[in-house]
Ligand binder design. Structure first.
Ligand SMILES: [Zn+2]
Ligand SMILES: [Zn+2]
Length: 243
């Protein structure tokens, strides 16, 4: 109600440029991108021809419902889903979220809508992918925590940001790093601080963007080593990751 009332007034007072195309953002509820860019952004609804584990798009000719890509075979999470392709408005939203701890109505709706279509309702605990302490202090907030809290409000499923800790920060997809090297670099990057809280839980891990899956896999491995029954992953966006 308050949102609806303030929105047109605030957008008149603070016109913003779309981070994707530079045009005007028509409504504050759109967040960092304009309506045209939102309309051109590929949003996933779960009916795409995707790898049933990691969500990687699979060419329709090769697709059946049990299709799996070859890239995620060794990953430790059970299933990953993203709300949109990392381009246009979704990319703008991810970048803006690293600067400002604010989730627009459109971004919130994108995430919660994908939660619903991905069928993650059986989750018992939502955990945001943590930043290292140093990075969190530098940024002042963890964008994944904001996403986790939005999901908690939408679903009523508890979220907890102090269960999992990032002990070191590595660039997960550093150019020139092959899969093995990346895995080595994230091996000891996460630690479960409260193992009692994850035992037997069906965890939904939340992050802003899914790139290679190394981060999600490292978190899932650590959580499962502490007794988590299941670890699924939900992100706002995913980068195309060719098989
Ligand atoms: Zn735009
Ligand atoms: Zn896959």
């Amino acid at each position: 109600m308050i949102d609806n009332f303030l929105d047109p007034i605030l957008s008149l007072a603070y016109p913003r440029a779309c981070r994707a195309c530079g045009g005007a953002v028509e409504s504050l509820s759109f967040g960092p991108a304009c309506g045209t860019c939102w309309n051109s952004t590929r949003v996933f609804n779960g009916r795409e021809s995707c790898c049933s584990k990691c969500g990687q798009l699979i060419p329709t000719g090769k697709f059946d419902l049990s299709s799996r890509c070859s890239g995620c075979v060794e990953d430790f999470y059970d299933r990953a889903a993203a709300a949109a392709d990392y381009h246009l408005a979704a990319r703008a939203a991810v970048l803006a979220l690293k600067e400002e701890p604010f989730l627009s109505k459109r971004v919130r709706g994108l995430l919660t809508g994908r939660f619903d279509t991905a069928g993650f309702h059986a989750a018992t605990l939502i955990i945001p992918v943590p930043l290292s302490k140093r990075r969190r202090i530098e940024r002042g907030f963890n964008q994944a925590e904001l996403l986790a809290r939005a999901l908690e409000v939408h679903t009523g499923i508890r979220s907890s940001a102090d269960v999992l800790e990032r002990t070191a920060h590595f660039a997960m997809h550093r150019a020139g790093m092959d899969r093995k090297a990346r895995e080595g670099s994230v091996k000891k990057a996460f630690e479960v601080k409260k193992p009692k809280l994850v035992r037997e839980e069906r965890i939904l891990l939340v992050d802003d963007v899914f790139t290679t899956g190394s981060t999600a896999s490292a978190c899932a491995k650590t959580l499962k080593a502490s007794g988590a029954a299941e670890v699924n992953v939900l992100t706002l966006a995913r980068t195309p990751h060719f098989i």
